[in-house]
Structure formats: structure tokens, C-alpha cells
Design a binder for this molecule. Structure first.
Ligand code: 6PG
Length: 251
């Protein structure tokens, strides 16, 4: 039986993103106060974009950006300037607008052979964070099929219990066929101090109900693999539409 989830339901993506920005600020400040740094892992896709816009609007003083290290949850096998690059999206919408220092930015090398890129990233991760690599905060999204990171239904990466970063071959209409992605594994994500899912949109409602309230079926709904010490789902009303339990925005 899965641990009970904490779900915060918001009227819309804007309210969800503002709450996510507040949580990020609180958790980052606490991490810096406790350990002098905040190791933050970002997901790609479209949901985080509004959060990034809000962080830019708030400006550098809003967070201890000089003590925040940026890492990535996953990356497509494309160069950093490619339209599909998760790093490229963060660079355009967050890193460049805030003028964040390159020395604290740790992107996955999507331009390399995915296996080599995964091994290099795992090495860098362990070198910086130790074993297990403990992120202070991991921001996750969830696809309409219940995937998270690049842990897609039926992919070999779901069974990974040893490595922290892998090259995962995925077959899904969401990647327009078959593609290899570089991704953190469930053990790497679950080692984090805090994990926050940001899930918005009607197309996520079915999968969200299955992940949170359905039978244990991580092969079909990989987001069920995520079970860190502290997990909170921030969802909008559209994504929450099929949930039996009503949730509120309060922490
Ligand atoms: C990616 C992400 C992926 C994303 C989900 C949700 O590389 O695309 O890491 O796991 O979080 O696909 O994407 P949206 O936010 O676009 O719905």
C-alpha cells in the first residue's frame, strides 16, 4: 500500500505556480541555512515554464540564487540549443533572464551518446552530492500517461534499482515513436529531501486519479514509483477533476 499522498489543489496553473514558487523559496532558504547550498533538480516540459516566469518576475533577491545549484531530472538526446532541450528551455526562461552563474548550472549533455551522457552525469552527481546523491528539492511533472522524468510506462528504466542516472529507451506517442532519454532513476529521485509534483491540465486527470487513488501499477503509471520522505502534489482543478477526494490549497 502506498503512503498517503499530500495533495494541494489550486484553481488554476497560475495559483499552482505561485504556491510552487513560495515552496521553492522556503525550501531553498532552509537548505542554504542548514548546509550553505540548495541542490535543485528541474524537470522540463511545459508546466514549469509559468513557475520560471514568476521566479524571473520576482527577481534575484527573492531566492538565494548564488547558493542554488541547478541540476536536471531528465533531458532529451538533443543539443542544448535544440527546441526540445529541457536545459535550453530553462536557459531561455530562467537562467539567462536571472543571469545565473554557469558554475552552478549542471546540465545533462544531450548532445552526447545518451549512455555516455548518463554515466558522466552520474559521476558528476555523486562527486558533488555524494552517495546517494541527495537533492534538496526535485520538481517533477507528470505526463497524461502517468510518466514522470523520462520514466515512461513499460520502459526498462522503471526497474532500475542501482544506478542514479540512466539512458532510457522509451516508446510512446508522447515522444512520437521511440526515443532515448537521459533520466534520473526512481532511487535518485526518492533519495531527495523534498519532491514536488506540479500537475496541471484536463489531459492529466485520468492518470492522476490512477496514480493517487488507483491500484498499485507502477509499470503502467510510473509516477507511483516516486515515494521520497517528503512528497507533495500541487495540482490544478482540471487535473484533479477525477479525484474522489477533494483537496485544498493549504499546506
Ligand atoms: C520532460 C519532462 C517530463 C514532463 C512531463 C510533463 O522531459 O518532458 O521531464 O517528465 O515533466 O512530460 O510535461 P508537461 O509539463 O509538458 O505536461
Amino acid at each position: 500500500m502506498r503512503a498517503r499522498h499530500t495533495v494541494r489543489r489550486f484553481d488554476n496553473l497560475d495559483a499552482l505556480s505561485r504556491a510552487a514558487a513560495d515552496e521553492l523559496s522556503d525550501l531553498a532558504r532552509a537548505a542554504v541555512a542548514a548546509r550553505g547550498t540548495c541542490r535543485l533538480a528541474l524537470s522540463g516540459g511545459s508546466t514549469p515554464k509559468h513557475l520560471f516566469e514568476l521566479l524571473v518576475q520576482a527577481g534575484r533577491p527573492a531566492l538565494p540564487w548564488d547558493q542554488i545549484e541547478l541540476w536536471w531530472v531528465d533531458e532529451r538526446a538533443v543539443p542544448p540549443d535544440h527546441a526540445d532541450s529541457n536545459y535550453g528551455m530553462a536557459r531561455r526562461t530562467l537562467i539567462d533572464p536571472l543571469g545565473l552563474a554557469g558554475s552552478r548550472i549542471h546540465r545533462m549533455a544531450g548532445e552526447l551518446d545518451p549512455e555516455a551522457a548518463a554515466q558522466a552525469y552520474a559521476h558528476a552527481l555523486v562527486g558533488a552530492l555524494g552517495t546517494p546523491p541527495v537533492f534538496d528539492l526535485v520538481l517533477l511533472g507528470m505526463g497524461p500517461d502517468g510518466h514522470t522524468a523520462s520514466l515512461f510506462p513499460g520502459s526498462a528504466g522503471l526497474a532500475e534499482t542501482e544506478r542514479w542516472v540512466i539512458a532510457n529507451q522509451v516508446t510512446s506517442p508522447l515522444v512520437h515513436g521511440t526515443a532515448t532519454r537521459i533520466t534520473l532513476t526512481a532511487p535518485a529521485i526518492n533519495a531527495a529531501r523534498h519532491v514536488r509534483f506540479l500537475v496541471a491540465g484536463a489531459d492529466k486527470a485520468g492518470a492522476l486519479a490512477e496514480v493517487l487513488e488507483g491500484a498499485d501499477n507502477p509499470e503502467r503509471f510510473p509516477s507511483q514509483l516516486i515515494a521520497p520522505a517528503d512528497l507533495v502534489w500541487l495540482v490544478d482543478a482540471l487535473a484533479a477533476a477525477s479525484l474522489k477526494e477533494r483537496h485544498d490549497p493549504r499546506r
